[in-house]
Design a protein around this ligand. Structure first.
Ligand code: SF4
Length: 220
């Protein structure tokens, strides 16, 4: 298998797997840029299920940046307390709402560098918003995406430069509909290629995975 073929095959297999095994989160079907951006902030440093549990109530109560802007910070903290880091998260939401309401007339600035002026919004959130909301083919990763890329495509453990992961993502992502590949990686990482005890014996891409070859070699 040449290396270009490997990326295509892995992508096709995990996308097929995703069709049957995807996690049905509401932020994956909304067209609201507001909800997509706010959700990426809520998803930081918490599990997706926690965000899913408050999603409907949160966006019913806070249906616009203006609503967040006009809400007392203490009330906002209380409404997102279950996610953890509620002080920090509420500050990001308030700062972002202030920027959007006061400087952009309620519209989200679409330049990632403008969003990144908000303390707490970094590469992941701005690039995930650009991908999931604006359909831009951006490269970003959290610990789960990094772990998957490293195990499958890089025969290398431990620390790794961010541009190496981005280069691998550029080879793996299709030219269109790339958001499904990100969601497939995230769900595959959650259900199969987990941090502890990955389910290699049930894995549909084990014969293409560097990590699997390595553990097989150690066992044999
Ligand atoms: Fe992850 Fe194991 Fe599958 Fe490799 S073989 S992708 S480590 S679950």
């Amino acid at each position: 298998m040449d290396s270009e073929n490997k990326y295509t095959l892995v992508r096709e297999i995990i996308l097929d797997w995703y069709k049957e095994n995807n996690r049905d989160f509401p932020w994956r079907t909304t067209k609201s840029l507001y909800q997509i951006l706010i959700t990426e902030i809520l998803l930081q440093k918490t599990i997706a299920l926690n965000v899913s549990n408050i999603y409907s109530d949160f966006f019913t109560k806070y249906d616009s940046f203006a609503k967040i802007y006009n809400t007392n910070t203490t009330f906002l903290q209380s409404d997102i307390k279950v996610l953890g880091l509620s002080n920090k998260r509420a500050k990001i939401l308030k700062d972002l709402s202030k920027l959007v309401v006061e400087d952009y007339d309620g519209e989200i600035p679409q330049d990632p560098e403008t969003l990144k002026k908000i303390n707490g919004i970094a590469d992941y959130v701005s690039n995930a918003f650009a991908c999931f909301g604006l359909n831009h083919r951006t490269f970003f990763y959290d610990v789960n995406i990094k772990r998957f890329i490293q195990r499958v495509f890089l025969a290398q453990d431990g620390k790794i430069k961010s541009d190496i992961i981005s280069t691998e993502l550029a080879k793996l992502l299709p030219k269109i509909d790339f958001k499904y590949t990100y969601w497939a990686i995230l769900d595959f990482g959650y259900k199969i290629c987990s941090k502890n005890k990955p389910k290699c014996e049930f894995c549909p891409i084990s014969d293409k995975c560097f990590y699997f070859f390595k553990i097989k070699t150690v066992i044999n």
